[in-house]
Design a protein around this ligand. Sequence first.
Ligand code: HMG
Ligand code: MG
Length: 302
Amino acid sequence: MTNHINIVEVGPRDGLQNEQQAIDVATKVALIEQLADAGLKTVEAGAFVSPKWVPQMAASNEVLARVKRKEGVSYPVLTPNLKGYEGARAGGADTVAIFAAASESFSAKNINASIQESLARFQPVAEAAKADGVRLRGYVSCVLGCPYEGIIPVKDVVRVASALYEMGCYEISLGDTVGVGTPSQARDMIRAVAGEIPVAALAGHFHDTYGQALANIYAALEESVTTFDSSVSGLGGCPYAPGASGNVATEDVVYMLHGSGFKTGADLDALVRTSVWISEKLGRRPASKVTRAKTAATIQKM
Ligand code: HMG
Ligand code: MG
């Protein structure tokens, strides 16, 4: 196993996209800047999607325009189609992400297209990104289950992941959108996908609804996956995956990795401060167990 693990921080996008309360641009910008200052090298900054579908991401152009970019940090944004891509480019995005699903029902609910239609829609985005020298990331949702269809056959995950990889994605993030998967299921799914795509191009994206996310990450680490998506404070949820909780908390992932001999380049104390700060802004307790433990007076020295 390699010693360095890449964290893709998705809090400012996946974490905030489902928030019902208004969050101003200044808060989003400050969140992104704090996360980069905490040593994270990839901070997903927003989504150029339809504001009717995901109102919280409507000001992503302003967010991208105002973020002070840090050398060596990339700020991907989601782009479901060419319109989104053009918006992202106008905002100076260095990396864009296309997002498909392994489930037909989720694809229809999330992006109003069949899987095949969505791949056809992504093709011109991929071509434009290649021509412009913009890095292209790919997501596959519902890799371990779908809120509408239940179990998803692994072969469907492999097929969609391979299509995105062939389109030119440098990395395919495999999303347990509902957070239902278990370590053995995660391992089997990763083995199957890694049969077609180099494992170095795979990322794990685990939501924590059933409390399995860290265990799933560990199973993926054992399969040589070296990139994981996470969200500060465990923020999040997808508007089209009702009942799903947030992504695994970045602080919890970093604590587990550092304590297991891996390096991430992230400053755990800085992440905890950001977690507390954003949770206060949102008026809730951090979902991260590590942040809760480190801010509890009796055990904070550990
Ligand atoms: P549609 O309604 O079929 O699109 O939506 P359309 O082409 O018919 O256009 C309808 C309207 O949207 C038009 O405006 C377009 O201009 C506008 P109108 O003429 O009615 O005023 N429009 C746009 N506006 C801004 N930016 C755009 C854009 N495209 C069209 N890019 C569409 C199709 C894909 C646009 C829509 O379904 C959509 O935006 N969906 C995004 C849903 C989303 O963001 N979901 C959350 C992210 S996925 C996720 O969280 C999972 C992940 O984390 C991994 C995991 O956990 O598994 C990634
Ligand atoms: Mg997600």
